[in-house]
Design a protein around this ligand. Sequence first.
Ligand SMILES: [Zn+2]
Ligand SMILES: [Zn+2]
Length: 313
Amino acid sequence: NVNGTPLDGVACRHNRLAIHKDQRRLVPEDVWVHFQKTYGISTYFSHSDEICLKCKRDYDGERHKVNRKRQMRLSEKQRHKDNVYFIPRNKSTKTTFIMVGSGWLYRWRRYVDHPGASEPGMMDTDSLWCEHGALAHSPDPFHPIYKELRFSPDVGLIPEQDYLALMRQHGALKHKGVLKVTLKRHPDCHRFSTKQRYEYTLPAPICEGCMQIRQNQRHERLLNFENEPIYISRVKDYLASGMYYDAREVKYQCSNYCTIGELRLVILQYWGISPYSQQLHYRDSILPNDGDLTLRQCGIIANTRIEFQEVVG
Ligand SMILES: [Zn+2]
Ligand SMILES: [Zn+2]
């Protein structure tokens, strides 16, 4: 090291012996005398010197803080992880739930599951209201707007008990009040059904207009993608027992301006089927034959699947 001296990593900023051992080596005294002359330094340390107490105190304090944070994170995970989920996990419909944004839920789950993740920040209830004083989101996965766009709700419901504990921990923006929700099993839904459906008693009506706008914006964000996968697979036959898939699938990295024609060429390349004999399906509908249409124009979003069938051209 041209600019360094033999004391780099050995002396601390208080000019005492640094606490980490890995940067220092013992050298014989005559070698050291040579170093002192060469680099013009007067300080030296011997093997019997104590490490810097100020540095040690700082270091222990820092380690204590890290340990305490880790403990808090783990106890938070243990106490709440089973209840804090995007859909109500607590089976009892007698529980009062609190509505929170799904962005916060994602951040919280990442925080408790990944040691390096940052804290989720404050829960933000205020942003769940629209400008007309109504709710801008529905917690119901069966809401027709979610159904149409194949979205899961962008708000989650967590039991009030868990909410109160997490609010003490992380804080909340709730000038417009806490959004309490109660549930009742939907009359069409059997209590042992795997997909539970509920009726929701909400603290305010849902503004359908604002909800439509926000979900369209969400959809719009998904329609714009760059270098993300689209999966292509072949539906070989429709059997009485259901669909039969060709085991092969192609994971094709592309962007929203990739064309249908480009996908047809990928199919030709992998399956050897002429573009004229391909019928492409996306989410229950047949894609148009026009090869110049882009994925965006066809409403195709990243990480979804396009299926094709060989038809007589
Ligand atoms: Zn020091
Ligand atoms: Zn509104």
